[in-house]
Design a protein around this ligand. Structure first.
Ligand SMILES: C[S@@+](CC[C@H](N)C(=O)[O-])C[C@H]1O[C@@H](n2cnc3c(N)ncnc32)[C@H](O)[C@@H]1O
Length: 472
């Protein structure tokens, strides 16, 4: 493709009858200028290289898309971009700015190790460190150590997060998985880019359940998932279906459907009782039941209006108790619940099982469980009436997010679109992936998506297109 064709693909509006209108191009370029200011925020977290990392987010990509595989028929729903996510995030700006509903990333944690991908952004300790340490004041030494351990990782993440933030819709939300190596630095970074007020939660994910020995002091069982809204005031409420266990609690039934019993007496004594909520209630045998706690939940007027929802039961002590019916459906829809900041439904074991189910072995290290990703998708998009949501994962690894989107769409008949980005990092020669014939992590990702699609709808054409980033 020559440079004029590339320009036409980027700015089709600047071409009239195939000829470039320079004035129009200049106007379009002006509109494309990043809205952020020309330098990073001076306050907050600072490290050597921040200015340069910021500039990396502002310069155009020197790559172009190269669509290598397309499916027959209609425009594919999903995209796998093979290349560096910094370029991908830049190239996505014209088409996807403020359009993405949900971003999930599981970036390298900076553990200092190497898995099937680089996970060490730390600098080597200086040879003369021991000698120089005695001459350097402790606060300066701490600063140097922070720089050595975290500077490289922060410089890698900063421009990517700035660009990701620009892609999020005003109602969008971003989830970032991390362990304790960079959790504290990421909080500062996200606070700076998203604004501290847009922190939704830090979800603690119990990733394994093992106990016993294996650590000198405390065995890590949890990781973090930091959740930030683009604008918390515009982020729709999250909800999820009741668990099977919760549904079983609705064990009674009348003509309005299944219901459970909730005590009418309000628990807790945080505030003084409201006089209209403290009164005796007449039991079926004519005796009067005093309020057993500091107040009832309903006033006498509400009680009279909703008499058919009141149930009297005698306890083991032969004393009357008053309950209200809570139906499983509310306004014709099944009740849902609000997710909590502690998540333990799926562990890393589920992640490896998911991969084994598709490949017969664990071809890449530590894939996230598909169930975890499906749950996050349900939190954000489960109740939305919007049919099309764009979901982005720009550290895709083996493609867990892609699998979750495919499976959830199949389960609820929706059309969430997913965009995955994975660098074609070579698989280590001794790895299971390499032995199985996958030369890059992106190959594993692509094959995983193919296998999931085959599993779900063997006769359908693929809904994924694969786009390679190549230097211009
Ligand atoms: C922790 S893994 C993600 C695992 C994934 N969540 C899963 O379930 O398989 C991080 C991935 O990000 C990829 N990666 C690292 N730097 C990247 C970059 N600059 N662009 C795109 N992908 C990158 C690595 O190759 C690695 O596969």
């Amino acid at each position: 493709m020559n440079r004029m064709d590339q320009l036409q693909r980027l700015f089709p509006e600047a071409f009239v009858d195939g000829r470039l209108d320079l004035e129009q191009l200049a106007k379009l370029c002006e509109q494309e200028q990043p809205t952020t200011t020309g330098s990073p925020r001076q306050s907050g977290l600072w490290w050597e290289g921040k200015e340069q990392a910021y500039q990396e987010s502002q310069t155009p990509s020197l790559c172009q898309w190269e669509v290598q595989e397309t499916t027959s028929g209609a425009e594919p729903l999903h995209t796998l971009i093979v290349g560096d996510n910094l370029d991908a995030l830049k190239l996505m700006q014209p088409d996807y700015r403020e359009r993405v509903s949900m971003i999930y990333i599981d970036p390298p944690y900076n553990t200092g190790q190497t898995f099937s991908y680089r996970d060490n952004y730390r600098k080597q300790k200086s040879q003369n460190r021991a000698k120089s340490n005695s001459q350097v004041p402790p606060h300066q030494r701490a600063g140097e150590e922070f720089q050595r351990r975290h500077g490289g990782w922060l410089s890698m993440m900063y421009p990517r997060l700035i660009l990701a933030h620009q892609l999020l819709a005003p109602t969008g939300v971003m989830f970032v998985s991390l362990d304790d190596n960079e959790h504290h630095s990421l909080r500062f970074l996200m606070d700076e880019i998203f604004g501290e007020d847009n922190l939704v939660a830090n979800v603690i994910w119990r990733k394994k359940v093992v106990r016993g020995r294996g650590a000198t002091h405390i065995l890590p069982q949890t990781e973090n998932i930091l959740v930030y809204a683009k604008d918390l005031s515009q982020l729709p409420a999250f909800s999820e279906p009741l668990t099977e266990k919760m549904r079983k609690e609705y064990r009674y039934e009348d003509d309005q459907g299944p219901y459970k019993l909730i005590p009418l007496a309000k628990s807790g004594t945080a505030h003084s009782p409201r006089p209209n909520l403290v009164y005796p209630i007449e039991a079926p045998d004519g005796t009067m039941i005093p309020c057993p706690t500091h107040q009832w939940r309903w006033s006498q007027e509400t009680l009279a209006a909703k008499r058919d929802q009141i149930v009297f039961r005698k306890g083991r002590d032969k004393k009357w108790r008053v309950f209200t019916k809570q139906y499983m459906t509310l306004n014709g829809k099944d009740r849902r619940r609000t997710p909590t900041s502690y998540y333990d439904s799926y562990t890393t074991t589920h992640g490896t099982q998911d991969m084994k189910a598709l490949f017969g072995e664990v071809v890449l290290d530590f894939p996230k469980p598909v169930g975890l990703l499906e749950d996050l998708l349900v939190w954000v998009t489960g109740e939305s009436t919007e049919q099309e949501h764009i979901i982005l994962d720009f550290f895709a690894g083996s493609g867990t997010t892609g699998e979750a989107v495919l499976r959830l769409n199949q389960a609820d008949g929706r059309n969430r679109r997913c965009i995955l980005v994975q660098i074609p990092a070579p698989t280590p020669t001794k790895s299971a992936a390499h032995r199985a014939g996958y030369t890059t992590v992106a190959d594993v990702c692509q094959e995983r998506l193919r296998r999931v699609e085959e599993d779900l709808a063997p006769d359908e054409p693929s809904a994924f297109r694969c786009v390679h980033l190549t230097p211009m």
